[in-house]
Ligand binder design. Sequence first.
Ligand SMILES: C[S@@+](CC[C@H](N)C(=O)[O-])C[C@H]1O[C@@H](n2cnc3c(N)ncnc32)[C@H](O)[C@@H]1O
Ligand SMILES: [Zn+2]
Length: 381
Amino acid sequence: MKTTITSEQAHYCEASARVLLGDGFFRVDSRPARDYGVILLRWLAQKRQGMPVAVLDGLAGCGIRSVRYGLEAGATELVVNDADPQRLALLDHNLAALSQCAGVHWQASSGTIQKLLASFVLQEKHFDLVDLDAFGAATDLLPSALGAVRLGGIFYLASSDGRSFTGHDRPAALRRLGAAVRAQPCSWELALRLQMGAVARAAWAMGHGVQPLLCFSEGRTFRSAVQLTRRPAAAEEALLGLQAYCHRCGNHWGTSLLAWKSLGICSNCGAEPVTSGPLWRGPLQNTTVLKAALELEQKAGLNSLSPPALKQLQRLINDGAEQPEAFALADLARQLRGDMPPLKDLLKALVAAGWQAAASGIQAMQFRTDAPWAEVLRLAR
Ligand SMILES: C[S@@+](CC[C@H](N)C(=O)[O-])C[C@H]1O[C@@H](n2cnc3c(N)ncnc32)[C@H](O)[C@@H]1O
Ligand SMILES: [Zn+2]
C-alpha cells in the first residue's frame, strides 16, 4: 500500500524541524537523544572547518534527525534510510525542508541497514556521523557500522534491549554482548558500560581506538556516542574489565582484565560477589567536548537543546564518570535499615572527610566516590 502524504496532515515541530510523523514508530520523549546528536555533529562540523560533513541516519523513522542535522548542525550530505518501505514517501516529504539550505544533499532509501552498511564497506564510503537508532541490541552491526565511520568521526548507537543489558536475560546477554551480566541497582550504568565495552572491542579488532563522548539512558534505551580514533590511545585496552557487586551489602568494585587474577570477596562484609563483564571501565563522558558543544549551542541560538536535554547535559558534564563504579543510595538505606540519607548531605560528609564524591550523572539517587564502602557506611551512620 502506498503512503499518501498531504500537506494538510498535522505536523510535529521540534527545534528547526517541522515534519509529518506518519504511522510508524516515533517517540516525542526521545527528543534529548536527537538534541544530543545535533549538538555533537555541530561540534564536529565546526572542527571540519568548511569541509563536507556526511551523515548516515541508518534507522531514520520519519527522518526527523536528518532534517535537524541539515538545518541545525551543518550536515552537507545525508543518507537517510529506514527499512520500512512505507516510510520512503514520508522521508522524501520531510527531507524536502532541506532544499532551503544551499549545498545540502540528501538521499532517502528503504533498504535494511545490514545491506546498506555492507555496500558502504565495499565502496569504502565513510561518514562523519553514523547514527543507528536501533531497536533491540545492534551489536551484530558494530564492525560494519564502525567501518563506515571516518577516522575522527562519530558513531552514535542506541540499544533498547534492556533485559539483556541489565542482566535480566543472562543467556541473551551472553549471545548479544559476549558478556556475563548480573542484575544490580546501578543497572543503567552497567548497561552503558557493557555497550561501550562491545563498541571498544569491535573498534580494537579493526586496529582503531574509541573515545566516548556521551553515554546516557532514560532506563529504556541505552545510548552511546563515541569518536573513532586511528589507533587505541596508550593503555586504552586496560579500560576493559570486570565489575563485582555484593548483593549482601551493596558494595561495588572491579578490575581491568589486564590485571585480573580474582575479584576476591567483599572487603566490607566478606560475601562472594556476582561479576559482570567484560565492560568499559573508562570515562563515559568527554566533558571537554560536551562543554564545547554546549557553548556552540548557546552561540548558534537555534534552541536545539530542549530544557530536559539541557538539564541532563549539565548533570553529565558534572560527572564524567571517570570512577568506574557508581553506588546506589537504596543499597545504603538497606544497610542502615532506615530511610535513604539525603544525597547532598552524604556527598558533603564524604568530601569533608577528604574523599572525592559526586552525584551520578547517569541515574538519579546514585553517586560515585573513591571512599571504601565501609567508610561510606560509617559516614552515613
Ligand atoms: C527507533 S526507530 C527510529 C526513530 C528515529 N530515529 C527517531 O529519532 O525518531 C527504529 C526504526 O528502524 C527501522 N528498522 C527496523 N529494522 C531495520 C533494519 N534492519 N534496517 C533499517 N531500518 C530498520 C524501523 O522501521 C524504525 O522506523
Ligand atoms: Zn559485601
